[in-house]
Write a protein that binds this ligand. Structure first.
Ligand code: UD1
Length: 372
């Protein structure tokens, strides 16, 4: 007699969750032990659609909760309510969440309330500063306390989980972002940007979106970028804008007129990988880019006061530089003007994984559910 497949719900809401879960969804779908349901909260709309299309994935359900200028409370409460009904209907035997977004936290809590075991992909990242990044540091800590399967990307994340006294199984799997990155990088993606001749400039690829950088830090960051362009005539800045108006409006106002600044809509993931490959240097407050750039041998200047990814700093490919204009300009100029300083940071290092994390997560989930 063949056994009924195990029902797994993979929940996601934002672009980074979609990128990091795409290879996991693929791996579950290829395994006949599982019946896999992909559930979107809809915290993001266009930015998730792009990734789903790129990886050829279809959501089974979409709660479509996104609102312009949404608050953390509205994301949490709308996701919780929607997922309660959905989990009652789908009756998953395991719910997988990824990372530290508000979707991930709400999905973990909704599953916990129905006593459905939660598997946490990319568990154990910590800065030990509750407000940096905000609200992500709290989200991931809260998820750790209610998850029963913790998929840690690095040995440091395993240590952090043990120190947090979590209940359940802790496993070292690698980060699934490397699975996604290697798949896309293999396709040698192009990155055409209107008006930007990649061979003419040394391109600085920048992204900014974090809540703790809203307001004054964002202004400082933009001033830092302008100072770099002022000092280096063959530098250009490529800045794909986040969809959030709180971030894009000030950046457009401060940088939009400069002839060597290229502000674009969010790039799709394959274009983004193509852009990393063609860039000289990255300036970012994103977590994912701190993982991707070292794998592609690009230095990253991290526009934050803390990082939950010290592995890249230890590997020598990332440096935490904060958001002060002077510091940003000085650090970037050192890399652009001193070949030895550049070479020291441009190592291809892969501290986050080997591209096989998704397969391990499927295997460990099967064992956990007693179907190994
Ligand atoms: C969220 C996550 C953050 C993650 C980031 C990646 C939380 C609290 N934050 O922050 O951890 O690093 O995603 O981008 O979970 N918008 C659109 N279309 C989209 C996406 C966003 O228009 O496809 C606009 C909407 O106006 C929305 C706003 O962006 O209100 C903010 O989105 P939100 O998910 O609240 O915050 P992010 O900064 O994207």
């Amino acid at each position: 007699m063949t056994q009924a497949p195990i029902r797994v719900c993979i929940t996601l809401g934002t672009r980074p969750e979609a990128i990091k879960l795409a290879p996991v969804i693929r791996a579950f779908q290829q395994d006949p032990t599982f019946q896999t349901q992909v559930v979107l909260t809809g915290q993001h709309r266009e930015m998730v659609e792009q990734v789903m299309q790129l990886f050829g994935l279809q959501p089974d359900r979409d709660l479509a909760i996104m609102q312009p200028r949404q608050t953390l409370t509205s994301i949490t409460s709308r996701s919780l309510e929607g997922l309660e009904t959905l989990f009652q209907e789908l009756e998953p035997q395991l719910v997988l969440v990824q990372g530290d977004t508000t979707t991930a936290f709400a999905a973990a809590l909704a599953a916990f309330y129905q006593k459905i075991p939660v598997g946490h992909v990319e568990a154990g990242l910590r800065t030990d500063n509750l407000f940096n990044p905000y609200p992500e540091e709290a989200n991931r800590r809260l998820i750790s306390q209610i998850a029963q399967l913790h998929f840690a990307p690095t040995p440091l994340a395993v240590e952090n989980l043990r120190a947090s006294g979590v209940v359940g199984e802790v496993h070292l799997t690698g980060n699934t972002v490397i699975d996604a990155l290697l798949t896309v990088a293999d396709r040698q993606p192009d990155c055409p940007i209107a008006g930007l001749d990649w061979s003419r400039y040394r391109v600085l690829l920048a992204t900014v979106h974090r809540r703790e950088n809203w307001g004054e830090p964002l202004q400082d960051i933009a001033q830092g970028f302008l100072a770099i362009l002022e000092a280096v005539p063959d530098a250009a800045l490529l800045l794909p804008l986040h969809r959030n108006p709180t971030v894009r409006e000030p950046l457009q106002a401060l940088l939009g007129q400069h002839p060597r600044v290229f502000l674009t809509e969010p790039l799709d993931y394959s274009e983004l990988v193509g852009a990393i490959q063609r860039s000289t240097l990255l300036l970012t407050d994103s977590g994912g880019l701190q993982e991707e750039a070292p794998s592609l041998g690009k230095p990253v200047l991290v526009l934050r006061e803390t990082t939950e990814r010290p592995e890249a700093v230890t590997a020598g490919t990332a440096k935490l530089i904060g958001t002060q204009a002077d510091r940003i300009a000085q650090e970037a100029l050192t890399l652009l003007q001193d070949p030895a300083a550049y070479a020291a940071m441009a190592n291809a290092a892969n501290p986050f994984g080997d591209g096989q994390a998704s397969g391990r997560i499927v295997q460990l989930s099967r064992q956990f559910l007693g179907s190994a």
